[in-house]
Design a protein around this ligand. Structure first.
Ligand code: HEM
Length: 211
């Protein structure tokens, strides 16, 4: 059982991934170094707590984590031996340096303007229980990612648009809800993840966080 002890664990501003930040805040991963196999296992287990038990292959997560602190031979060997340094992801090869959502600034704070901008891409989505809420399906996420890439013209790498495919669409797979119109990310769930470093309550129950 994963138990949250009191207040959330502090998270370094140099960890720009909202998903990994929530794993640190809930005490499932350390803020600094963790073995690659542990990172892969924790990410995969957390993903399985999503609706419909989404599968994120551990070997894929392991491979992504292997290059996240640097691609030079020295960095690659160090990461294999000593693990992923979560508080040194900013500035690494996966850091898009402002080509993404810009919701988190370099100090790890949420930019309210960028949250409103994200909301502008959301649409009213029906839930399985008949209720409705603002959310983003794959079509809305594609428009959002295209717009993020477009506004960064002049200071973006080609690979940045490809990297996005491992971020928002994967979050949709993990934290999405299935409605009659297809799977979508609840806007409030996304805001809670970025702002409060919290997974949706339905996932916490399955993970037994805070139980
Ligand atoms: C070991 C695995 C992972 C590593 C090393 C990693 C690393 C990163 C990094 C460096 C960023 C910042 C990119 C930027 O500059 O915008 C990022 C952003 C992000 N990641 Fe992760 N990540 C991992 C796993 C995941 C998983 C499993 C998910 C989803 C379930 C996820 C979802 C996201 C999202 C949604 C963003 C935000 C992109 C934006 O703000 O536009 N990540 N990640």
């Amino acid at each position: 059982m994963i138990k949250k002890s009191g207040s959330p664990h502090p998270v370094s501003a140099n960890n720009p991934c909202p998903f990994l930040r929530a794993l640190v805040a809930t005490g499932q991963l350390a803020d600094d170094r963790e073995p690659l196999a542990k990172v892969a296992a924790v990410v995969a287990t957390t993903a399985r707590a999503g609706d419909g038990c989404p599968v994120l292959p551990r070997n894929v997560v392991f491979a992504i984590a292997s290059v996240a602190n640097g691609c030079s031979p020295v960095s690659l060997v160090r990461t294999q031996w000593t693990g992923l340094q979560l508080n040194a992801l900013r500035g690494g090869p996966l850091d898009k340096k402002g080509v993404g959502s810009r919701i988190l600034n370099a100090r790890g704070r949420v930019d309210a303007k960028e949250v409103s901008r994200l909301q502008g891409f959301a649409k009213e989505k029906s839930n399985a229980d008949g209720s409705s809420e603002l959310g983003l399906g794959l079509a809305e996420l594609r428009s959002y990612m295209d717009a993020n890439f477009a506004r960064a013209a002049g200071h973006r790498r080609l690979i940045d648009r490809t990297l996005m495919l491992g971020e928002w669409p994967v979050l949709l797979r993990v934290m999405g809800k299935d409605g009659p119109g297809g799977r979508y990310l609840g806007l409030q769930d996304v805001v809670d993840l970025f702002k409060h470093r919290r997974f949706p309550e339905r996932m916490n129950k399955r993970l037994r966080i805070g139980a």
